[in-house]
Design a protein. Structure first.
Length: 188
């Protein structure tokens, strides 16, 4: 009986060894699909395809309209400062954004005689639940006619708004930094 049990165990071990030995172990790194950058021709084709859509036609009409030309001229005035991330002097003209805007928190400012939307985006809560201090707390202390220094990496425009949209990356008042955008940790 003992020989029979030892024989069964030995057979089981040998079969298990063969099964595990024949298993193919995949150690190769998974091949993730990395998007290839589009060529200039592909970009041009995609743009032409979009311009043929109703939204593209509406945007082109807006760009050619007096309102679109005004927004484009205003953004051209500060484009160099934005691209070089230079300081720009501004005056707060309104503490609220135009009605119906969905840009998150922002204020209206006048830079070089033109009005701009200074948008900061949506508020993100603090990292822990007990952190009730939000990132826009000092910006909420701004008042109309306050003189501020602004730095931005981006200026955009949209047919919905009569003003260029300046992304608020850095704001100082009275030589004190009241807002500085923290870079996102997740890389997006």
């Amino acid at each position: 009986m003992k020989k029979f049990i030892y024989g069964l165990i030995l057979t089981l071990i040998i079969i298990s060894g063969l099964v595990f030995a024949n298993r193919k172990i995949n150690i190769e790194p998974s091949k993730k699909l990395t998007p290839q950058p589009l060529s200039a021709a592909e970009i041009k084709a995609a743009r032409e395809e979009w311009e043929a859509t109703p939204a593209g036609k509406m945007y082109k009409e807006w760009v050619a309209s007096p309102a679109g030309k005004k927004v484009d001229a205003s953004s051209a005035k500060i484009r160099k400062s934005v691209s070089e991330f230079n300081k720009m002097e501004g005056v707060v003209t309104s503490l609220s954004l135009p009605p119906g805007s969905r840009l998150g928190f922002g204020v209206m400012v006048k830079i070089n005689g033109d009005d701009y939307i200074l948008a900061f985006g949506n508020e993100r809560p603090g990292k822990n639940i007990m952190n009730f201090k939000n990132e826009f707390e000092q910006l909420r202390s701004l008042k109309v006619n306050d003189k501020i220094i602004i730095k931005s990496h981006n200026i955009s425009k949209a047919p919905k708004y009569s003003f260029p949209i300046v992304a608020g990356d850095y704001v100082e008042r009275d030589n004190k930094i009241i807002y500085k955008r923290t870079p996102r940790i997740d890389g997006c």
